[in-house]
Design a protein around this ligand. Structure first.
Ligand code: UDH
Ligand code: NGS
Length: 356
């Protein structure tokens, strides 16, 4: 009996000790928890506070967004970024009437040296502002190297002053078959678009130089005729519908007329066909005034394999019937060579020959 009493008493003391230890543990844990609550930053707000903070953040974001939209220079998080403005239209770099003459020859080396800002392929865009338009200039070409040098010598400085984002594409007809100006222009349109997202296309003969830099080589709300008063015509239009020499069209205007005809082999009529296409689609011709539109042609003899095309009168009489079946939608040619110079991209193309 005494043994049992001793055992019971021992057990009772042990249990009491364990219980006390448990209480002590709980007490210490609670104490630490309460102290940690005191020292924590108060991240959790009541719903009212949360809403207020969200509103403030929204306001700050919209202020920064507005600044980005309106101000060219935005300081944010210590980073200063320059957002470029659109170039002014007309460009403030223009000088007006120019002296154009062809008495002493020019070299490509000289033209390269005088135009250091050009990128390979005859590409340029203004550094300090966003150009108004991305313009591809397409030149139909075969064996006119002397004319091309003069063209590059005069046009590059003018186009840079006009602050255009431009590229020069010389579309060179391969071989000695009959020349086809309009088909080369179609090929130039297609090739230029493979390189860059051009929105405007200027089609220029290699022997025509503008005499006033206010004659901007860009596109307008209507197709533009740029060579309106040529020296060889006594500085007047030869006839009202004349659309030859230098013209410009937006991509949209060009596609609306299904591009240019591919079947005018030899000299003449293709420009009249283009005029017919435009007027059949309800478009009119926009032109600079006679003073600003003055230009000089480099005198030359008739080219070989570009004799007057005897079919041209019959063809221009049927433009409306043929324009949907012959144009950019039926263009077929192959690229023989692409050469990149600092001053131009020369693309030699095989455009075939007139059907027998
Ligand atoms: N072109 C060439 N090579 C050629 C033929 C034409 O590069 O062999 C190009 C060139 O860009 C030229 C354009 O196509 O400016 C138009 O050529 P064109 O022969 O239709 O027109 P252009 O006004 O000559 O240059 C017309 C005949 C001039 C005869 C003058 C006689 N004194
Ligand atoms: C017209 C031609 C056009 C040519 C224009 C000017 O007669 O293609 O003369 O030619 N139309 C026809 O022959 C149907 S030019 O004096 O520049 O050689 O552009």
């Amino acid at each position: 009996m005494p043994d049992t009493t001793v055992n019971f008493s021992f057990l009772h003391r042990t249990c009491t000790l364990v219980l006390l230890l448990c209480f002590l543990h709980i007490f210490v844990t609670v104490l630490y928890y309460v102290r940690s609550l005191d020292s924590r930053p108060t991240f959790v707000q009541n719903p009212q506070q949360t809403l207020q903070i969200q509103r403030k953040l929204k306001e700050e974001v919209s202020v920064v967004t507005e600044e980005l939209k309106t101000s060219p220079t935005v300081k944010y998080r210590n980073v200063t970024e320059k957002a470029l403005e659109k170039c002014p239209d007309p460009s403030r770099l223009l000088v007006g009437a120019l002296r154009v003459e062809f008495s002493s020859p020019v070299s490509l080396e000289l033209v390269r040296k005088e135009n250091p800002a050009l990128q390979e392929g005859g590409r340029y865009k203004p550094k300090d502002c966003v150009a108004l338009q991305k313009v591809a200039i397409i030149i139909p070409f075969r064996k006119r190297d002397e004319h091309l040098k003069f063209w590059l010598y005069y046009l590059h400085p003018i186009l840079q002053r006009q602050q255009l984002d431009y590229g020069i594409y010389v579309i060179n007809q391969e071989g000695d078959e009959t020349f086809n100006r309009a088909k080369l222009l179609n090929a130039g349109y297609a090739e230029a678009l493979k390189e860059y997202d051009y929105e405007c296309f200027v089609f220029s003969d290699v022997d025509l130089i503008p005499m006033d830099d206010r004659n901007t080589y860009k596109c307008f709300s209507q197709p533009r005729h740029l060579s309106v008063s040529m020296d060889k015509f006594g500085f007047r239009l030869p006839y009202n519908q004349y659309f030859g020499g230098v013209s410009s069209m937006s991509k949209e205007q060009f596609l609306k007329i299904n591009g240019f005809p591919n079947n005018y082999w030899g000299w003449g009529g293709e420009d009249d066909d283009i005029y017919n296409r435009l007027s059949s689609k309800g478009m009119s011709i926009s032109r600079p005034n006679g003073a600003i539109g003055k230009c000089r042609m480099i005198r030359h003899d008739r080219d070989r394999q570009n004799e007057p095309n005897p079919q041209r009168f019959d063809r221009i009489a049927h433009t409306r019937d043929t324009m949907n079946k012959d144009g950019i939608n039926t263009l077929s040619y192959s690229v023989v060579r692409v050469e990149k110079d600092q001053l131009f991209t020369k693309i030699t193309v095989d455009i075939g020959k007139p059907p027998k």
